[in-house]
Design a binder for this molecule. Structure first.
Ligand code: DGN
Length: 255
């Protein structure tokens, strides 16, 4: 079985890592659109266009299933991708919502993500329609922090306090990390938030796709990126561990 996974950049490797540990035999092809990251502040039209291009790139490899690892792309482009591809397409929003509803006792749930994800209202609508009270907060500085390799320490704690102080003072008993990068900040966020359940969409996603995935294949792993920035290798290692050799694909966009 062959799975395609795409993200606006490197953060989606948190999702790939969770999938790989759940289904180690499956062949995985990952595309990180590092030339155009971040998607998090772009318009809906642009996010959909980029997402369709990424999906079509992966479809060339005759994938059996597509995972949209990016929360921003999942918020805006999932329905279009389902129509375009003709194979099962999974995003990260629904699994995160399902998991949060499962673990929350009081149904007061917080969600954090990029500006675009939070402004799309997709998480909030799904949670509210299931009867939850929702507190949402965009945390735009979290992505660059992780990309700098800053996942703990004084600066991280200050930024977490800056964004999450209000959420901490609410009744939320569950917090959804609605962005690919945030699982790397999970220990620091958990330390700050105390007793709150922290749900990351990467592990929730693997549960969601489990009924569709046969753990069969050659256990191959292909990583494609639309740009190799100097920090790419470090970021891949930060998320996946050492020893990955990414392949470079040309820019997908015409500028
Ligand atoms: N992958 C994006 C997300 O999960 O929303 C984060 C990076 C970005 O494009 N801003």
């Amino acid at each position: 079985m062959r799975l395609g996974i795409f993200d606006s950049g490197v953060g989606g490797l948190t999702v790939l890592k969770a999938i790989r540990s759940a289904f180690p035999e499956v062949d995985l092809i990952y595309l990180g659109d590092t030339a155009r990251v971040p998607y998090g502040g772009k318009s809906k039209e642009t996010i959909v266009r980029y997402s369709v291009e990424c999906a079509h790139f992966l479809a060339r490899f005759e994938i059996d299933l597509l995972v949209v690892a990016c929360n921003t792309a999942s918020s805006y482009a999932l329905e279009v991708l389902k129509e375009e591809l003709g194979i099962p397409v999974f995003g990260v929003i629904k699994p995160g919502v399902r998991k949060a509803l499962e673990v929350s006792q009081n149904k007061v749930i917080g969600v954090i993500g990029t500006r675009s994800t939070i402004e799309s209202g997709v998480y909030q609508e799904s949670l509210k329609s299931a009867g939850s009270v929702v507190y949402a907060k965009a945390c735009p500085l979290f992505v660059p922090l992780v990309e700098e390799g800053l996942i703990e320490g004084e600066i991280v704690d200050k930024v977490i306090d800056f964004y999450l102080r209000e959420l901490k003072s609410t009744e939320i008993d569950t917090l959804i990390l609605g962005c690919t990068h945030y699982p790397l900040l999970s220990p620091a966020i958990k330390k700050y938030m105390g007793e709150v359940h922290v749900v990351d969409s990467a592990s929730a996603l693997t549960e969601e796709i489990a009924p569709m995935v046969k753990n069969e294949g050659n256990a191959s792993l292909s990583l494609f990126f639309t740009d190799h920035s100097p920090s790419l290798k470090n970021l891949i290692e930060l998320i996946l561990g050492e020893g990955q050799k990414p392949q470079l694909v040309p820019m997908l966009c015409s500028l």
